[in-house]
Design a protein around this ligand. Sequence first.
Ligand code: C2E
Ligand code: CA
Ligand code: CA
Length: 556
Amino acid sequence: MSEPIFPEPETLLEAAIQALPVGVVVHDRHGHCILANAAARRLGDKAIHARPAAAVGERDVTNVELIDDRMVETQTQPVLEGRTGLTLTTLTDVTHHHRIQRELLTKAFIDALTGLPNRTMFEQSIADVLAGSTPGDQFALAFIDLDNFKHINDYYSHAAGDALLRKVSDRIGGALRQTDLLARIGGDEFVLLLAPIADADEALAAVRSISERLKQPFFIDGHEIFASASIGLSLFPEHGDTYETLARQADNAMYRVKGELKGGVSLFDDAMSQAATARMAVEQRLRLAIRDRCFCCAFQPKVDMRSHSVTGVEVLLRWRDELGMIQAPGEFIALAIELGLINEITLQLLTETVRAMPDIDEVFGPGVTVSLNIAAKQACDVPFMTGFCAALGETGLAERFVLELTEEAFFTTGHFQREVLPKIRAIGARVSIDDFGVGYSSLAALADITADELKIDRSFITDIDKRPRSQIVLKAIESLGAALGMTVVAEGVETFEEVAYLLGATQIRCAQGYYFARPLLLDQIRQAEPRQPGSRVPATRSRASELRISSQLRRA
Ligand code: C2E
Ligand code: CA
Ligand code: CA
């Protein structure tokens, strides 16, 4: 066997250097190239010849350079510790890496829709500003939230919504100084750093002018779209010296604007901080109440006004609080919905209601329908509603249930009608449109809704006998509801005169309201029923189901 024949070591080394994917160049003390491998030559003349002689003698100098259209990382070092005056430079083409890195950075820090910095970048920038601030520096943080953006998005199109966001960002951006910073931190939320500012008045003037700019119409796809924003403002250092605090205060101020006067501007003050603390306390209590299952059901019958017989009951949420007091949902329901806690509460109510079914049959009459309220936000939450429908289906009682939804559920962000409604239908439950007449679309939109029942809001019913204009509207709702095959229910009937008007002047037969019965816990109803000694069953079941709800109940 013959030994393999290797080339001479110098030849081998030369060949290896030529084959390296990294460029290798050696320069003499005058900066002249005396060796360049193939990879270096591929990078072109500039890469080979333009090595600065200045690098000579220095150790390990690393640079990233633009050579022609390539990004090249160069590393220069003396050969033989500088004794020869020769330098060795390696050249690595990092163009591709650079592009990927830049793309990643852009994705991580820039909002693709508007090209503005995103939340991450904004937070970093403001941290830098805070870190670099010196005593006496002042700046302002503004939270800018578009009003009714969701409706604009739904009414026009998502593309129009996107276009609006871009135009809004341009409009705000056009009013800023070089040193201010605008970012988009959520769907329709922008945050603005105004730095520096001399005082609160200057900051307020700046955001007021932004607010005015946003109220001018936008022209998108041939539409003239009106928008506005609610703006909350906090000041450094007066309202806080960390981004978290300043952001929270600006957010609180913004929420107050939303609650009071959309499209307005508000500067944070301490009362807001107290309101926010109170909200957090309620939130904490709500979470505990869910954990400890402190929610219970009140039931209010739905009555046929002619026969006074009960056709259904509505389940209304009640909270047995820490002191054992029964709280109506007015105080806490909005927060529970906002925080998403309502989902768990609704599931607990369903369990509670199913457990109470024998009592419901006994008190209100066998087979009455049972209505549950579902907030619009829940109704559009497909995963939640899927689970809810499955749970309801498993009870085997779904056909007795009616889900009460406000019309908002049918129109916002789409999913309800397409994805949720079929699931409700599939288990045999029915749907009712709640609070009809106070929504934003009402009559015109009714044609697009398929529901079984229409509940006319109390604001239409109160004193209906004395309000000719409302009577006309009521008649329109009534006939449209009937034409679309929906049972029409009058809500909040309180007086004999209202009943007399409804019976005499309309075709509406079903009503709910204090006139017939207040919402009551089952215990309360049983107490109100005279009982036979030793019997659990109310003595007058037939009376209960006819529910000429006695003056006793009405007083309860
Ligand atoms: P709603 O669905 O419109 O329920 C009717 C409300 O009107 C109930 O208030 C009821 O007590 C009250 N009411 C009934 N008849 C009369 C009357 O003749 N006069 C007056 N002034 N009021 C009457 P409640 O129980 O305080 O509930 C308020 C709202 O809270 C409900 O309005 C509903 O939107 C919401 N809600 C209640 N329970 C639930 C629930 O389980 N889930 C969800 N998502 N919302 C619920
Ligand atoms: Ca309701
Ligand atoms: Ca209602």
